[in-house]
Design a protein around this ligand. Sequence first.
Ligand code: COA
Length: 387
Amino acid sequence: MTTATATKGLEGIIAGDTQICSVEQGALIYRGYEIHDLAQHATFEEVAHVLLVGHKPDAKELQFFKDELIANRALPTQVVDFLHAAGPMLREGTAVPMDVLRTAVSILGNMDKESQSNSAEANLRKAKRLTAKIPTIIGHMQTIIDGKELVAPNTGGDAKLSHAANLLYLMSGKKPSTEFAHVVDVSLILYAEHDYNASTFASRVISATLSDMHGAVTGAIAALKGPLHGGANEAAMEMLREIRADIGPANDPAKIEAWMHKAFADKRKLMGFGHRVYKNGDHRAPILHGLGRKIAEGRGPEFVRLFELGEKVEKIMLDEKQIHPNVDFPCGMTYFVMDIPVPQYTPIFVASRITGWCAHIMEQHANNRLIRPIANYTGPKLKKWNG
Ligand SMILES: CC(C)(COP(=O)(O)OP(=O)(O)OC[C@H]1O[C@@H](n2cnc3c(N)ncnc32)[C@H](O)[C@@H]1OP(=O)(O)O)[C@@H](O)C(=O)NCCC(=O)NCCS
């Protein structure tokens, strides 16, 4: 019998300390750096260094870090073979890209010579290898879905391209414009870290048993997939597609309002809205919205119409429910106007959050105690098996 009280969803519970990130309504901070500052002035590689190594790199450290990532981009044959084998599963729909990515990461663990070591040095090396290889898994998977040849399978891309640009190149076989590469780079910065969110917490629970980094990341990918968490960027775009199919090609305000009021009456959760911590708006959402809208404007009226629809939906949510969009809502629209296939939106989130997860796994291993809360029993009273 316990006297502790339960909080559904652990809302408001401080579950541990971290030096990696602070998520508050006032500011989102990665190791002392504020998110607007990072989005405007840093690259994803620099942010990854801040999260994984622990400090802002100088020019030499950054070059070394980038070279290490580039050198580790290519995938082992066994993972490429698995991706080919997964093609029919993806086409038949028994698996989605997040499931295939999860299994591919698990296979990488089976093949990593340091998989069973939780030393700080081995963990950092594994974190870099995972960060380097995840975009290649996503890119090769997409070309297999599209029935095309793999892009640069021996090198995992083009050594001259940044992490973000190379991800787009691996997926499409086309070198992206500077603008597209920049916007994906910023999205990776925004998604990289968010303290004890569900997937990171899952990764810490797994690592706290002294299990290994690949196992913890595999579990984190499963947690991120859900539409209440990272899966919301795909779900938000699917919802906008559904609204478009229901209301037709024009953004008729009366039809949008009618669609929203039906959703409210059905008590439907609108994807890409709301947040456990940010009740007055997500710092990341306006940054990505602005960048995505600019791309839409460059591409033409059909793309701008998508953003206008999203903006109308946002206004109705705010006016009538006082609920703000989270980063996944503009992310869905932004990736869509860049022609990124919708089922890869959450895998791209993984390509970024891998840095946050690994930073937390390392922090957990460095100062560990088993994470084991207690439950409030609400089951049947004691009874006899025979009688
Ligand atoms: C993120 C999320 C899981 C947070 O959940 P939470 O902290 O448990 O929020 P709550 O369920 O306590 O929400 C409070 C109220 O707002 C409503 N609400 C919250 N998010 C909503 C949404 N997206 N659509 C409609 N209503 C929503 C809840 O229904 C609840 O209403 P009630 O008090 O009448 O029951 C939730 O907002 C959600 O499901 N959002 C959609 C999925 C999403 O975008 N996830 C990505 C998060 S970054």
